[in-house]
Design a protein around this ligand. Structure first.
Ligand code: 26Q
Length: 831
């Protein structure tokens, strides 16, 4: 790779028709000079100005230094015959960028020196950056970690997403309830994006189709009278770790076409013209705040098609611009990885572009499309599988709908040949669901159109094959594979946990940051005889706990004692994730304290955080319960500091950067078979937390890696959960377990809601129903027992230290570098 603009002797020049851009000097003198120029001459601000301006001045200084690598990386990728991957995702949960670029560019010392001339620290200035919260949770954050690893591995991968004006809503708590506020993250401007209006695309909607024969007599279709929307790209640089590679995340912003406005305007209908403009701009206005599907919303479908169409048009344009022309080679050079079903309308859209615009025959177009699409599934919940009403497609996307019908007709012929007369199977496998209303099954479209289909953890991929996707596995077993998720160690350890990072590097060098398998070299240091290392390990953890305690104090007004066990569950609030089980345990501990049963238990600080989808009534009530229980526990003098409970508002990427390094116990307690993978579990493990968890998702692989002595396993397994369905009797658990009985009785008594009677009845009703799909009460006893094992382990400081070190030392597999290498080896095949 070309680095600094000076071409290395053994390297090829960047591109035949481009000049390598020279790199700016990165000495601290040069950085300080540029930084001060931005501060004074660009922003017009002096010493003592609000820190946000200092943030902007430093961001621009660093951005300048990214530019040469960015353009040179681009030029290197931009050559005929080079294969590329595109990651299509409705979500990229990026978080903050400044510290990440500082780390990747190796400009920590120089940046600090520049800031010192202004009396500022890197930490306070970095705090000024608003999180780019363009995602809901795991799926969106995974996309961001993937982008980081691809840049670090120097893989030619480009991300395509939507430039939402408003990201994930901000959460605050009023009287214990979640209140949502819009997240206008771009208000102060975004120094990390470059508008590239020269690559604007047009995306059609509405209209109708016309069929005709072309000059050579071949039947063709035309999508006419469409209302087009412009897609304007905004590029964000994704820097690799100290390798001079900078990839691109391209986010599309919607805008009205001029023509559209003018026609209406000239017809004298000014307000209609403005309305049309509004309609177009709405597409990229706001991220949908649901972390499971919200069915049938027209705007959401518009977003999906907008992303798919603009991205595919752009990929075709790029491929041509690189000097390619023979479309039959398009699939050799391009692969599109679809992040869940959200962008899978891309299957029909690529067909449309190839048939209608490029004038290929159906078989040619299908050969290309089905060789360059790949689909990742992220859920086992059948209710979360996306379906779209055919009627909506008829109105919004009539031409893609015709193509889907044709794909389906040809596919069902294949099914009929393999299983003649099996009508039931044809009905099950049809992309169109007929009853009760005609709907398009997006997952089926994705499977039919893709050459690779993967789940995100070993258990998840197996359950998909045995369950939801079984019919398709019988037809195409070779398409299905697993790619266990990961997280980027740059953000989640090197940046978030500088204390532990320095300690690890002092013993095994810095190589682990770019090759996490090196962490295994810490294993011998976990044994006794390494007391100095152990003491330093504990000291690093303690400093992180002090930092988190300050955050909890500031945000929740609750005092956490850093010598207590920090017990943390942060993730979206969802019944299957069972925050309720956590709360039941908290009430159980409170009960014990109230009854004077203090033997064997340890001081605990329980932290819970996460957002509930605004329309998810039960999830919002669970937040209220957590806050109500916290109020009672924290203010009861009998508790006397033995137990603290806090709900951290507005949980987001930048909060996790403080939380994960400070956590002792990581709560991963979903109903087995429901959490596809989990990735928070990996962030905690890397930072030396021990997991208490069910046999679910990637927990299983974490357990395999670290061993059962260093993991607190409990609860029913996925097959046991399924076997219990239909015979589940929650009341029988209460009869057999007096501790559970007392917890439920205390809830029923209204102890936690004296002024708001009845507000938790819906929660009690759900937990005590034989139809509770999450079987909360079934796992209560084994959970409490596992928590008692936690207490025992915590009391033995040397043992806990060993477990903590072994968790970090065993986490090498969970780097997205490994995940990306697997995607590349098995699916993308980039060179
Ligand atoms: C769909 C349609 C309409 C509106 C919203 C949505 C929507 C949005 C986001 C549906 C699902 C999501 C997000 C899902 C998600 O985050 N899944 C998680 O993905 C992680 C990465 O693979 C896994 O680790 C988690 O187990 C999984 O829950």
């Amino acid at each position: 790779m070309n680095s600094a603009g000076t071409t290395m002797p053994d390297e090829k020049p960047v591109s035949p028709n481009r000049i390598a851009l020279k790199q700016l000097p990165d000495s601290s003198e040069a950085l300080t000079e540029d930084f001060q120029r931005y501060q004074f001459y660009h922003l017009g601000r002096f010493h003592g100005c609000p820190a946000v301006y200092t943030y902007h001045a430093l961001a621009w200084t660093l951005r300048d230094r990214l530019m040469s690598d960015w353009m040179n990386t681009y030029a290197e990728r931009d050559q005929p015959g080079k294969r590329r991957a595109y990651y299509l995702s409705l979500e990229f949960l990026i978080g903050r960028a400044l510290s990440n670029h500082v780390l990747n560019l190796g400009l920590d010392a120089a940046s600090r020196e520049a800031l010192q001339s202004f009396g500022q620290t890197l930490e306070t200035v970095a705090e000024e950056e608003t999180d780019a919260g363009l995602g809901n949770g795991g799926l969106g954050r995974l996309a961001a970690c993937f982008m980081d690893s691809c840049a670090t591995l120097n893989l030619p991968v480009m991300g395509y997403g939507i430039h939402y004006e408003y990201g994930m809503f901000r959460q605050h708590i009023e009287n214990g309830y979640q209140v949502e506020e819009p997240d206008h993250w771009l208000r102060d401007g975004n120094p990390w994006e470059v508008e590239r209006s020269e690559f604007t695309c047009r995306v059609p909607f509405g209209g109708h189709t016309e069929h005709f024969h072309d000059k050579t007599g071949i039947p063709r279709a035309r999508w006419a009278d469409t209302s087009d929307v412009l897609a304007i790209p905004y590029d964000m640089p994704i820097s690799g770790y100290r390798n001079h590679a900078v990839n691109t995340l391209r986010l599309w912003k919607s805008a009205a076409t001029d023509v559209f406005d003018l026609n209406e305007f000239n017809a004298g209908s000014y307000s209609e013209a403005v309305q049309a403009k509004n309609h177009a701009e709405h597409i990229s206005m706001v991220l949908y705040p649901n972390d499971s599907s919200e069915n049938g919303k027209e705007l959401r479908l518009r977003q999906q098609y907008f992303l798919a169409s603009a991205s595919l048009q752009d990929a075709l344009r790029q491929w041509r611009a690189a000097g390619n022309s023979n479309l039959m080679q398009f699939a050799e050079h391009n692969v599109f990885q679809m992040n869940d079903t959200h962008p899978t309308i891309a299957v029909a859209e690529l067909m449309r572009l190839l048939l209608d615009d490029e004038r290929l025959q159906w078989d040619e177009a299908w050969a290309i499309t089905s060789r360059c699409m790949a689909y990742t599934n992220h859920t086992l919940l059948p209710e979360a599988l996306e379906r779209w009403p055919v009627a909506l497609f008829e109105r919004l996307l009539p031409r893609p709908l015709e193509i889907i019908y044709e794909i389906n007709a040809r596919f069902l012929r294949q099914v009929a040949i393999k299983w003649p007369g099996d009508i039931d199977r044809q009905r099950r496998m049809s992309i169109i669901e007929e009853e009760p209303v005609r709907q398009i099954r997006m997952a089926w479209l994705a499977i039919v159109g893709s050459f690779s289909i993967n789940g995100v953890a070993a258990l998840h991929s197996r359950l998909l094959k045995e369950g939801l996707f079984r019919d398709f596995v019988e037809l195409w077993p070779h398409k299905f594979n697993n790619k266990t998720n990961g997280v980027t160690p740059r953000r989640w350890v090197a940046h978030a946990n500088p204390g532990m990072t320095a300690l690890i590097s002092s013993r095994i060098g810095e190589g682990w940051i770019a090759d996490l398998s090196h962490l295994a070299r810490l294993k011998p240091l976990a044994a006794s005889g390494n007391e100095a290392f152990h003491a330093e390990w504990r000291a690093a953890k303690r400093a992180n706990k002090v930092r988190l305690a300050a955050l909890v104090e500031a945000e929740c007004g609750v005092t956490f004692d850093p010598s207590a066990l920090f017990d943390v569950q942060v993730k979206r609030i969802h019944e299957y994730k069972r925050q309720l089980l956590n709360v039941l345990h908290v009430i159980h501990l409170y009960n014990r304290i109230k009854h004077g049963h203090l033997e064997g238990s340890v001081n605990r600080c329980v932290l819970i955080g996460g957002k509930a989808a605004p329309g998810y009534v039960m999830a919002k009530r669970i937040i209220k319960l957590i806050n109500s229980v916290a109020d009672v526990v924290n203010n009861d003098p009998d508790v006397n500091g033995r137990l603290k409970v806090a709900f951290l508002p507005n949980y987001r990427v930048s909060s996790m950067e403080i939380i994960a390094p400070a956590t002792d116990l990581s709560e991963q307690i979903s109903t087995a078979g429901k959490e596809a993978s989990g990735t928070g579990n990996m962030k905690f493990m890397m930072n030396g937390a021990v997991t208490i968890g069910t046999y679910d998702g990637a927990n299983i692989e974490i357990l395999d890696a670290v061993g059962e002595d260093n993991f607190f396993l409990f609860g029913l397994r996925a097959d046991e959960v399924e076997a219990l369905r239909g015979r589940y009797q929650p009341l029988s658990y209460m009869e057999r377990d007096p501790a559970l009985r007392q917890v439920i009785d205390l809830l029923i008594s209204g102890h936690f809601n004296p002024c708001e009677p009845g507000i938790f009845d819906m929660i009690l009703g759900a937990m005590m129903s034989p139809n509770d799909p999450w079987m909360v009460l079934a796992d209560f006893r084994t959970y409490v027992d596992a928590q008692e094992r936690v207490d025992q382990a915590w009391q033995d400081e040397a043992r806990w230290t060993r477990m903590s070190i072994l968790n970090t030392a065993s986490s090498g597999f969970f780097s997205t570098d490994r995940t990306m290498q697997e995607y590349n080896a098995d699916i993308w095949k980039l060179t």
